[in-house]
Design a protein around this ligand. Structure first.
Ligand SMILES: C[S@@+](CC[C@H](N)C(=O)[O-])C[C@H]1O[C@@H](n2cnc3c(N)ncnc32)[C@H](O)[C@@H]1O
Length: 419
């Protein structure tokens, strides 16, 4: 069958549908550099901005694919939905094409948040509009790990067919295998190492983990700033407490609050506690409580080690997210990501979601002493062996983090289009 690839990016839909024997007759992509890569890979130069396309000139096709921009609905963005300035109205352009051409099949992708955005009304609105054109629509959140592809990446997949979807079933999920190794390579083109600063952060937590007695429960997250702190957090907050009372207590890492006033308080208590609220949310109270309890039970060895942690430059580096409860306390064969919320350590059974918005969250592989390479990210996203892709670090991660997972798309497409 003939298909079109809208918001084409690096061409995840193209690869999947091509593999199944279908032919791409039209693509559209805003970014010129991506259009160039697309042409090199698929010998088809995409049209540009979808808002400027003469839809009558789009060739006839049976399948329409579109991973339409997700910023308007993404948790990471502002979630403004249709009022999103740049991409919020993309659905309407997509809809116009669907309405004009009425292809037999639609295959769309977006973030799961689209389902819950505006209390579910946004998705309901879209689904109703498409249904009124004679389509039966179905949707499901799936992740590559559901199909033995080692990446956690929940995405919303939407399929639709004219008249009925009777023959369609979502692909069966498999029991996850630990097969990340098959997606890693021994000699990447670019061997990106940790900066000195981040290496120090990692070494510091490595030393900390080494000191934790076996079988100790490590709260996740562990906010080290709570080690020695006594400022109020359960029924009140530093903001709602009078200075006289506050001055008798301790701030981050047990710093005395003797000279605290409203101007210097930010230097003495953690950022997450310096909020103008009278009560912290329950989850925050829980995190603070657990971190303080951990300190109380491990004070003897922590106190000796504490200067190393307090010397870490940013609060984000002073928070540990140990996602490996029950494992030995070392970093061998673990995956590390440096996040705003803390230093996240997780098992290496699969990669965290490859994201487009920041290169600082590229997974680091301590046993290889380098970040996950471009080739490895391509493998995990199903673009193994693709000829042409952006080489510059930022452009690469933004492209691969935006791309659809070819493995998941292939599975769904097989079931959708086989009859
Ligand atoms: C979520 S990504 C889709 C990625 C694609 N499915 C893939 O496999 O790589 C959305 C893409 O839409 C493109 N885009 C955004 N606005 C556009 C517009 N007005 N016209 C055409 N493409 C647009 C972006 O540049 C981006 O590459």
């Amino acid at each position: 069958m003939k298909f079109i690839d809208l918001f084409a990016g690096l061409g995840g839909f193209h690869l999947a549908l091509n593999k199944l024997g279908h032919e791409c007759v039209f693509a559209s992509e805003l970014e010129i550099f991506l259009r160039n890569h697309y042409e090199e890979n698929f010998e088809l130069y995409p049209e540009g901005d979808i808002t400027k396309i003469n839809i009558k000139k789009i060739p006839k096709h049976e399948i329409l694919c579109a991973g339409f921009p997700c910023q308007p609905f993404s948790k990471a963005g502002f979630a403004n939905g249709f009022s999103h300035k740049i991409a919020g109205d993309m659905f309407f352009y997509l809809f116009k094409i669907i309405k004009y051409h009425k292809p037999k099949y639609l295959f769309l992708e977006n973030v799961p948040n689209l389902l819950t955005h505006n209390d579910g009304k946004t998705w309901l609105f879209m689904k109703n509009k498409i249904s009124k054109l004679g389509y039966v629509v179905d949707q499901k959140v799936l992740s590559p790990v559901d199909f033995n592809i080692p990446q956690t990446r929940d995405r919303l997949y939407i399929v639709a067919k004219q008249n009925n979807l009777n023959d369609f079933e979502w692909p069966q999920k498999n029991k996850a295998k630990n097969n990340l190794k098959k997606f890693l390579i021994s000699k990447p083109k670019i061997n990106k190492k940790l900066t000195k600063l981040k290496n120090n952060v990692l070494e510091t937590w490595k030393g900390f983990l080494k000191r934790i007695p076996k079988n100790t429960y490590v709260p996740n997250p562990l906010w080290s700033m709570e080690f020695g702190a006594t400022y109020p957090y359960e029924n009140s907050t530093p903001y709602s407490t009078g200075l006289k009372e506050l001055r008798k207590l301790k701030g981050s890492f047990g710093k005395s609050l003797k000279n605290v006033n409203r101007d210097n308080i930010h230097d003495l208590i953690p950022k997450y506690a310096n909020k103008t609220v009278k009560k912290f949310p329950d989850w925050k109270i829980r995190m603070i409580k657990r971190s303080r309890e951990f300190y109380k039970n491990n004070k003897v060895w922590i106190d000796k080690y504490l200067p190393k942690i307090t010397s870490l430059q940013f609060e984000a580096y002073q928070k540990l997210e140990w996602n490996c409860q029950g494992d030995a306390f070392n970093l061998r064969k673990k995956i590390v990501t440096f996040r705003g919320s803390g230093v996240r350590i997780r098992r290496s059974t699969n990669s965290p979601t490859l994201i487009s918005s920041s290169v600082s969250q590229v997974p680091y592989l301590p046993w290889k002493k380098r970040y996950m390479s471009h080739e490895e990210c391509l493998n995990i996203q199903g673009f193994r062996g693709i000829k042409s892709y952006p080489e510059a670090h930022e452009a690469f991660y933004s492209t691969i983090g935006n791309a659809v997972n070819v493995g998941v798309v292939t599975k769904i497409a097989k079931n959708l289009l086989q009859n």
